[in-house]
Every structure is written in C-alpha cells, then in structure tokens.
Unconditional design. Structure first.
Length: 669
C-alpha cells in the first residue's frame, strides 16, 4: 500500500502540496492528473526517493521493486536489444556473478564454489533468463522496432526512439510499482494500442501521468487528481472522473443545469432520429458524433479557455484530386516511393482520419498533399481558392524563439490593428503581457498552441494535421477537439489520440503496404487488424473489406495483380478507357450528391447557430434575477425567443433528417 499523509512540499517559492493525503492499494492502476505545474512529476520524484518533504509522510512497502522510465539515454554502442534487457537489473546481476565465478581459476574450485554456480543457474531459470531475449524482442516489436533495429547501437537512434528504448527497459524490469510519465508522447497509435494491451495485464501497482484520455480509460481504474494543492481520489476511469468532477464543480448550479438541458435536447433528437433512420450509415455516424458532443460538454465547461477555427473564405469543390499519384522522396540515386497508386479526391466537408503503422507513409502523404513534397509521379489538380492549413511538429520548431506571439501574428497580417491580433491570441489563451513576450521559455504545448493559432488566423478550407496533440495537456486537447468538431472546412488528421479521432472524423483511410485505401471500420476494428497482422494475436478478426462504392479503389495483392494484368497495346488502351469511364461515373455521382451535401452542411450551420442562441436564452432564464418584477418585460421576451428557437430548431432538424435519408438512398443506389 502507498500512503501519503499530510504531504507538504514547495518547489522554490511555489507551494505544490499542503497537507495532502492519498492511499493507493496494491495492484491498483492509477491515473495521476492535474494542471501543468501542479506537481505530478514532483510526486513521482517523491515516490522514487529523489526529494525531501517539507512535512508529512510517504509510506510504501520497503521491499517493493520500483520501475520508471529514464529521461536520459547515453549514446551507447550497446545493441538496442541488450540495452532493453539491462532493465532487468536482478537478472543482469545474477549473470555477472555467474560469469565471474566461472572465470575463476579451477584451483579455487571447491564444493561451495560449485554449489553457488548451481544455485545461480537455478536462480537464472527462475528469473526467466532462457526466455529473456524473446521477451525483449516482443517488447521492442510492440513499440515499433524492426528486427534490424534491435541489433543497432543505441547511439544510432534519435531522441524519440531512445525514449522508446527507455520505456521498453522499464517494462522489462520486474517491479511491484511502475511509474510512467507521459509514456505515449513518443509513440504512434499502433505502439499505443500495444502498450495499452500490455499494461492491462501488468500485475503490480501502476501510476500513469498521461494526457491521452482514451489510453487512461483503457488502462486505469482509479484517478488521483491534484487540485488546489490537495490530491483527491476518484474511483473509475478518466471518463467516469469527468462526470464526477463536473458534478463536484457545480456549486454554480446554473452552469450544470444548462449543460443538462443541452444534453437532453441532444438525446431527444437522437431518439427521434433512431426511430426514422436506424439503417442510414451516415446518419448513424452523425448520431454518434452528437452523442460524443454531449459527453464532452461537462469537462469542457470547466476548461479555462476555448478557441475556434474561423470560417473559410471559400470552399472549392473538389479541393484536391490526385490521380495515379506516387508520394515519396527524391534521393541522389533516384526516387524512393512510399505510397503509390493514389486515387484521392478531397471534397468540401470531408473529415478523414489517416491510420497506419509507424513508417507506413502517413506523414509522407500529408506532406505531399500540403505541397511540401513534390509528386514522384501522377497528376495533382488543386481547386481554385484552395487554402491549406498544415500543422506538423516541424512547424512548431520553425517558430522564431526570440520573437513574441504578437510578432508572429503581425508578420502574417501587417495591416491588421494590434488590438484585433491581441484579441485573437487571447482566444488561444495568450493573455495580457504573454502576447509580447519571447516564446523561448514557452512550453512545448504553448508553442504548439501558437502554431495552431497562426493556422486558424489564415482561415484555411483544408486542414492537414499531423499529430497536433503532442505536448498538449488534457484541457487544451479538449479545446482543440471542440474547435475541430466545429470546423467548417475539410479535415485530414493523423493522430495517436483516439478521442480526437472519434470526435472529429467521420471516415478512416489506411496507409498500408505502400497503398492508400478506405478503412471500412472503426478504431476497434483497426486495433483488431493491428494485433492480427503485426502484434501476433491471430485470434482477432481482420478489418472489414472496403466497400466497392468508394472513390478510392483498394489495390489487389501483387500476385493477383500480375495474374490479371493484360498485355499488349489493346489492353493498355482498354485500361485507359476504363479509367475514363470510372472517372466520369465518379463525377456523375458527385454532381448528384453535391446539392444534398451542401444543403445538409448549411442546415448543420444554422442548427449550430440556433442552438448557441438557445443556450444563451437558457442561461439567462437560469439566473434568479430575471424573475424580478422590474424585469418582467425582459422575461417575457426571453420566453418568446425560447419558443421561436424551439420551433425553428425542430423544423430544421426535420429537414436535416429528410435530406440525410435522401442522401443515404442515393449513395446506396
């Protein structure tokens, strides 16, 4: 058992804990959360014995074995696999003792000497010495390392990959208490899914600091929340904590009641919708999105800020078309294709999540669409008025660290009034003097938020986001999720944050085997596919086969392709003719669907505005002062507005439902 009693600690002049208490039971999996700077990493340092208390006690079983991820990795020539095995200190100590005994002069060979060697062999067997290499290989495979990389020296790996090695080393260490501080920061979605599965089976006590809510939901059963220099324990996963926390914060009942009314309205709409169109695929997707928006409301109500992506100035349709495109890199010895045979059309309002294992080519594809990498082959056609907003980690690194947020904004729009730029930056939580300070001391999350602000200011109609949540805390991730859910343009997203993917995208595509194809399934289907094909769990099902109606045809296996490939000039002409007919058919279907999709989008925009107005009316009606005698006329007007808005919303929802049903019928034809 871990017991913190009357914990008091300051770092410098800043008090972090004041008489804080917490009890954790053996075997519990705990999520440690709190605002940046609240003391999460400090608490880890206390548990590791690296800090002294100002007051109180920290108690835990004296013989517990602790494991944690080292923050530094020396540039060793030691092979990655051996470095990971080094994490099992006990095993390495037994091996060293055995090697020393076996190297001694035979003249010293006596009964005690031989007995100790026999004991060591038995202890090594108990410690798993004969399976240790295969276990280490499984850890490295799960974290994305290839067989060739396992034999490479540690010094050859970049910083992010060295952190993966440190994580593997911590998992290799037999432990009673495992401390993980942001373990998903340097991982892709495939590695996160593997790590989540591994940690579910961890038998010891686990404490995780993480900003990935889906990861926390999948692994932990207790939340320890640091707030106002205290630590409060909540039973359940992160989503359950959200609800408990929101209810605890509702001393101001008006805010919570407003939230509940919004959720009730959502539910009534969903209930009516279910009764009329339960089989509509897109309609079902919209139902899920509405339900998710209801779920995210409580925690976002407590968030310190929110921001938005401004409405695009224009929306060409299509925005972008790639035909028989090949994305990759130009090398001195020629081209290196990464994703080939791309047939890709981006239309207004599409919301695509890109899936694929590490190194499959997701970032390469995003860079190609953004124009940062030229096509190796194929045709790219860009819609007139296309405005791309592209976010990747190198955009953050390209910020001028000696300049301020305001300087970065003014460089984009030198003729805009300073106050307007300040107001905009304030919406991204850069208040007061912060807008004129150098960004050099900013955290990684603050720099990422500034990069997002610069993109939003330019009003893109196509957002290309490659891992936008790296370094963002939970509250900022939630603000980004809400902003992207309300973004009116087209979105292509690569992210290891499953909550963000679920809440903001409506379809998935997968980069695998050097090709881009639709993925007809959800993130659970992707997880099953990943474990079946990459991580050695063949009992799980494969993902569903992409539908034939999609505008991106799945590529056949190479053997089948060569068997079916026609030969001769006539067949080549036939293929070209077939491509032309397919393109005409896609265009015909697009022309049929465009008026409907445009009207549906406009209806959704109107509904969003009306719901915002209704929320404002409800908030006014929730105040006690509105019912005072002197405000009787104002109350009457509010009641009239409420009735008008309810009628308008119901009419628009009915039309939206009809258009969705009509769209589904056309798509299924």
């Amino acid at each position: 058992m871990i017991r913190l009693q009357s914990l008091t600690l300051s770092r410098g002049v800043k008090p972090l804990f004041e008489s804080a208490d917490l009890t954790l039971n053996p075997g519990e999996h705990v999520g440690l959360i709190g605002a940046n700077g609240s003391g999460k990493s400090t608490l880890f340092a206390l548990l590791l014995g690296q800090l002294n208390l100002d007051g109180g006690e920290v108690g835990m079983p004296p013989r517990w074995r602790l494991a944690h991820v080292a923050q530094e990795t020396p540039a060793l020539e030691r092979a990655a696999l051996d470095y990971v095995i080094d994490g099992d200190n006990g095993l390495r100590a037994l091996e060293a003792e055995l090697a020393a005994l076996e190297a001694q002069d035979h003249a010293h060979d006596d009964h005690a000497h031989g007995t100790r060697i026999a004991e060591l062999h038995a202890l090594l067997a108990d410690a798993g010495a004969y399976t240790v290499r295969s276990r280490a290989e499984q850890l490295l495979t799960g974290l994305g390392f290839s067989a060739a990389q396992m034999g490479a020296p540690v010094a050859e790996f970049s910083g992010g990959w060295r952190m993966r090695l440190n994580l593997a080393q911590a998992l290799m260490c037999p432990s009673d208490l495992l401390l993980l501080d942001e373990p998903t920061n340097h991982l892709d979605l495939d590695a996160i899914l593997w790590l989540e599965d591994w940690l579910k089976g961890y038998p010891g006590t686990l404490i995780i600091i993480s900003h990935d809510r889906d990861f926390l939901d999948g692994v932990i059963g207790v939340i320890a929340h640091i707030d106002q220099r205290k630590i409060r324990r909540y039973a359940g996963n992160y989503s359950q904590f959200e609800v408990q926390r929101a209810m605890a914060l509702t001393l101001n009942q008006a805010a919570y009641e407003k939230q509940q009314r919004e959720r009730a309205h959502l539910q009534s709409f969903i209930d009516r919708f279910k009764a009329k169109a339960t089989k509509a695929r897109q309609a079902q997707s919209r139902m899920k999105m509405l339900a998710r928006m209801g779920e995210m409301a409580p925690i976002h109500a407590a968030s310190p800020f929110s921001f938005e992506f401004r409405e695009p100035i224009a929306t060409p349709n299509p925005l972008l078309v790639l035909e028989d495109a090949v994305a990759g890199y130009a090398l001195e010895a020629g081209h290196k294709p990464v994703v080939s045979g791309i047939g890709f059309t981006l239309t207004g309002g599409q919301r695509i999540g890109l899936l694929g294992v590490n190194g499959a080519g997701k970032s390469t594809l995003i860079k190609t669409i953004a124009g940062e990498l030229p096509l190796i082959d194929g045709v790219a056609r860009f819609g007139k008025g296309l405005a791309i907003g592209y976010f990747a980690q190198h955009q953050v690194e390209m910020l001028r660290h000696d300049e301020s947020p305001l300087w970065h904004m003014a460089r984009l729009s030198p003729n805009v009034r300073e106050q307007e730029l300040r107001n905009f930056l304030g919406g991204f939580n850069f208040p007061g003097e912060m807008v004129t300070q150098s960004i050099a001391p900013f955290s990684g999350g603050e720099k990422a938020r500034l990069a997002l602000a610069l993109i939003a200011w330019q009003r893109p109609n196509l957002l290309l986001l490659d891992e936008p949540t790296n370094h963002l805390d939970l509250e900022t991730r939630e603000a980004l999720t809400v902003a992207l859910a309300q973004f009116e343009g087209t979105l292509v997203l690569v992210s290891h944050d499953r909550h963000l993917l679920r809440a903001t995208t409506e379809e998935f595509m997968i980069v695998a085997g050097g090709a881009l194809t639709p993925f007809d399934g959800d993130l659970e289907d992707y997880r099953d596919w990943l474990f079946r094909t990459r991580l050695g769990k063949p009992e799980l099902n494969a993902p569903k086969v992409p539908p034939a109606t999609t505008n991106i045809a799945p590529r056949p296996p190479k053997a089948a392709a060569s068997a079916e490939r026609p030969s001769g000039m006539a067949n080549a002409a036939s293929r070209q003719e077939q491509k032309r007919r397919d393109a005409q058919e896609r265009q015909r279907r697009s022309d049929q669907l465009r008026p409907l999709t445009t009207r549906i989008k406009r209806l959704e925009e109107q509904l969003a505005k009306l719901n915002t107005q209704r929320a404002a009316v409800d908030a006014s009606l929730a105040t006690e002062s509105i019912y005072a005698e002197e405000r009787r006329d104002e109350l009457k007007n509010l009641m009239i507005d409420k009735a008008y808005l309810a009628r308008e919303i119901e009419e628009l929802e009915t039309e939206w439902l009809e258009k969705q049903t009509e769209l589904e019928a056309l798509q299924g034809a």
